[in-house]
Design a protein around this ligand. Sequence first.
Ligand code: COA
Length: 161
Amino acid sequence: MVVIYPGSFDPVTYGHIDIINRCAKKFDKVIVSVLNNSSKKNMFTVDERMDLLKKVLENYDNVEIDSFNGLLVDYAKKKNCSLIVRGLRAVSDFEYEMQMALVNKKLAKDIETIYMVAQGEYSYLSSSIVKEVATFGGDISCFVPKVVEKALREKIKGGQG
Ligand code: COA
């Protein structure tokens, strides 16, 4: 069984990696897909985000890194996949996730969204929080792998943060 784990991943954090790691154990294949048309202002380009994902997930044989634009359900159909996985960190995620799942269900009734509850130690984590802490010189080593930390520091130093 194949699942798609979509998101912005700007940048990938240990919270995302936890979900991917658990999915990789339960499913035959996990397609981690970076959203390419986000209305969010991203720090990293899609290629940079994919590159970081590839680096931190290089030891997984059954994880593919990809990107998509347009509707997630159209992308899922194109990939022949009927299962979307999302992480739930706290009750505050629920309303947004429920809205997305219901819209997706309306658009494509055969595609299911399933949720994985984030581990408690990551329930407060978000890419924005990591970027903010890094911008002010805080220690982010417990939030992201070394390669992501380095990329963040370089971006911030280059004035693109
Ligand atoms: N651990 C740590 N952080 C997590 C996390 C986890 N397990 N799960 C989510 N997050 C964080 C992300 O870091 C991100 O933080 P940020 O806002 O600070 O960047 C935030 O939660 C939510 O981001 P993400 O999971 O990347 O979702 P998104 O809202 O950026 O994008 C898509 C969600 C890609 C699934 C959705 O926008 C989409 O499907 N877009 C395509 C258009 C479409 O089909 N629309 C119709 C359906 S509504």
